[in-house]
Ligand binder design. Sequence first.
Ligand code: EPU
Length: 420
Amino acid sequence: MDRFLIRGGRALSGDVKVSGAKNAALPILAAALMVPGKVRFENLPHLNDVTTMLQLLGRMGVEVLLDDTGSVELDASTLNSVIAPYDLVRTMRASIVVLGPLLARAHQAEVSLPGGCAIGTRPVNLHVKALERLGVEFEVTDGYIKGRAPVGLVGGKVLFEKITVTGTENVLMAAVLAKGESIIENAAREPEVANLADCLVALGAKIDGIGTDTLRIEGVNALHSGRHRIIPDRIEAGTFLVAAAATTGSCTLIEVEPKHMDATLLKLEEAGARIERSGTTVSLDMRGNRAKAVDITTVEYPGFATDMQAQFVALNSVAEGSGRVTETIFENRMMHIPEMQRMGAEIDLYGSTASTVGVNQLKGAPVMSTDLRASASLILAGLVAKGETIVDRIYHIDRGYERIEEKLSNLGAEIIRLPN
Ligand code: EPU
């Protein structure tokens, strides 16, 4: 397994071009299953999760043509399987987003249950309940969730008892090809959900209320060919800003959508960073200024994202004063804390709240990645630590950050990939 060797202590500075958003790309790629023709998606990030999704679509008979400009052309007119097998689903839980599109297009789907996950149990009961409202019948056999809509999908009213991002995406995609009108209430408002909805509209869907918690969908008979651009990755972008802030450096993000990053930018300002937003760039300046610790509670968008939580714990661990970070979305998303403690961070973990007292200096140590965002936070800790840090199991980071070591090196970080 590859590892990163990081020699910390350098203030980062420079520009970073932000990649397309992983969590928008995955459901958008799955949406290609719904179209009996060619679709083209631009700004696709080069990530292992994207490769897994393309493999999954390939297994279902979808033709995939990648080009070197970061675009992909998909043609699902040759769809010949409705099965998402265990060997791929177990490596990427987000494979569940093929469920809605397959039901919409073929009125049947068999998706392996993903099993547990490092950050929590992550059940799919809400996906199932919502799709049942559109006429799908489910059974679980042989570790697979099997759905069938014997008379096709019919529009219905769905009220999510809890906000779910991929749950909203699945039922939205199913509703697009259902007969009649559907209403989704308490829908997730994440920009990635809105980007998927915009994509579906570009392919012929009729959706009102995009970006709000109530989506109204008028079912259409079929989607058609078209093209769509994936939004910039607000989590990758935020991770680089925190890296610059923690190392008392500066950084300009290129090709971002600043309004998607409000919660992160506000917390960075509270930590003492000077932030400038202009068009599709965001600049952060923390030079000569130690960060002040901040209090954070993760919530659904537009609140503070769970996917930025671990990075801010890393920032707090070297900031001035004490801070409290509370995770409310996932039950087990604090696995980075014991690793940071090994680097000298003073953190008390009580339930899902991490209380930090910032130290002047972390010390490099060998540490272990447990999930994608935890890995990112350990890299940040390594960048501010004195001496050498080895981050093991970085396959987690390759799932969701494109060429992170190259982008960080361009900012002046000393980080090297050590192949196994
Ligand atoms: N939940 C249920 N039942 C369900 C679905 C969700 O109880 O049927 C619970 C989950 O266990 C969790 C909460 O509801 O406690 C919210 O989960 P959600 O369904 O919103 O998460 P997700 O759709 O599985 C997406 C992102 C995650 C991100 C979360 C929250 C994708 C592919 N993944 O997951 O991204 O953390 O929303 O914003 O969009 C990451 O990129 O590192 C990542 C984990």
